[in-house]
Design a protein around this ligand. Structure first.
Ligand code: ATP
Ligand code: MG
Length: 340
């Protein structure tokens, strides 16, 4: 990709197209913050959007309907084009978006060339050609006011919905990186599977996510954890109504392997980090972002395993979009911002 940047004072709009939530920031304000989902119908080659965001979310698991997501496997031309258009239209109600607007997009560290092309085409179709991308750990760091261009090492962990990204940054570069397909959604599915395998009860993804937020923890015997939650659903074979008390401790057992895989990846990255940068990280701490990082007990586990302080960012759901906007204001000084 050519790295041509333009000197301009045109407005900046920043996008974070997450697999669970999409965020748009302009002029320091979060102008769109919605679940990345649309309910659609597809008749005679024509796609009709029936419901978007929270309204579409309410339909999941209740009515038989086609849905459009921004999941890893759904990130292709049609989907991205619809999402970019609908998000931009929504943002346009609060901030100007025109051909001159400088659009910044935070992308995951494992974003492929094919996905970049998709993104470019989607923005071009909306009339935006002034589009730039940056890998999201840079944005997270900038959102916290950190100097990513300096010689000091910075470590960022972003636990999103579908993936965990771990990166060590120094002098505008990613020095060590790792991205694994484990995120908040993996923990949601672990509850769904656990309840089905242990008690033969079928529960929806929505209930499973709710249980995760209320009762979920990666550590057994945590203090202040709610002790029980009554889960209800049909028996998977007889379809009789079933209910069962779930405890935090048993959920911690279902989460253990997933938490370990995040821990191991963090450990691998630290192992590969040059000693100078390691010392910076050991004294400053590790920054933790993304909605998946809110899972009870996870940051304590990482802290215990690494012996390094783990610091939650201010706004785990907005840090990427906020950081993209801040970085775009100084785009000519940052080598990691590239034209899409
Ligand atoms: N209080 C909470 N406790 C545990 N998990 C939570 C909580 N709130 C949200 N989550 C989880 O956070 C995840 C969404 O986080 P986020 O918005 O950062 O993901 P995303 O950016 O859309 O995903 P990705 O970066 O993987 O594309 C979901 O899996 C959600 O269940
Ligand atoms: Mg994300």
């Amino acid at each position: 990709m050519e790295n041509v940047k333009e000197q301009s004072n045109s407005p900046i709009v920043a996008f974070d197209l997450g697999s669970k939530n999409s965020v748009v920031v302009s002029d320091g304000k979060v102008v769109v913050d919605v679940p990345s989902i649309m309910a659609i119908s597809y008749e005679e080659g024509v796609v009709r959007i029936l419901a978007k965001w929270e309204d579409a979310m309410r339909m999941v698991g209740r009515v038989s309907q086609n849905f459009m997501f921004l999941h890893e496997n759904n990130f292709h031309y049609n989907n991205v084009e619809y999402f970019v258009r609908e998000l931009a239209l929504e943002a346009k109600e609060q901030c100007p978006i025109s051909a001159e607007t400088r659009i910044g997009v935070g992308i995951p560290i494992d974003f492929t060339y094919a996905k970049r092309l998709c993104l470019r085409e989607a923005f071009e179709k909306f009339g935006c050609t002034n589009v730039f991308v940056m890998k999201s750990p840079f944005a997270v760091a900038i959102s916290q006011g950190l100097d990513v261009s300096g010689t000091h090492g910075i470590m960022i962990i972003d636990i999103g919905n579908e993936k965990t990204q771990i990166a060590v940054l120094c002098m505008d570069r990613i020095v060590v990186e790792k991205c694994i397909p484990v995120g908040g959604d993996s923990f949601t599915r672990a509850i769904q599977n656990g309840v089905r395998c242990e008690y033969s009860i079928r529960i929806s993804e929505h209930s499973s996510e709710e249980i995760k937020k209320i009762l979920g923890t990666t550590n057994p015997n945590v203090e202040n954890a709610p002790s029980e939650y009554v889960v209800r659903g049909p028996h998977q074979v007889t379809a009789s109504p079933m209910e069962k008390n779930l405890s935090s401790d048993e959920i911690a057992g279902w989460f253990d392997e997933l938490a370990k895989s995040i821990e191991n990846s963090v450990y691998n990255v630290l192992e590969e980090t040059p000693p100078e940068l390691f010392n910076d990280i050991a004294s400053d701490g590790i920054w933790l972002s993304g909605g998946g990082s809110l899972l009870h007990g996870l940051s304590e586990r990482l802290e215990k395993q690494t012996n390094i302080k783990v610091k939650p960012v201010d706004e785990p759901f907005h840090s990427v979009a906020r950081g993209v906007e801040m970085a775009m204001k100084d785009m000519n000084n940052y080598q990691f911002i590239v034209k899409l």
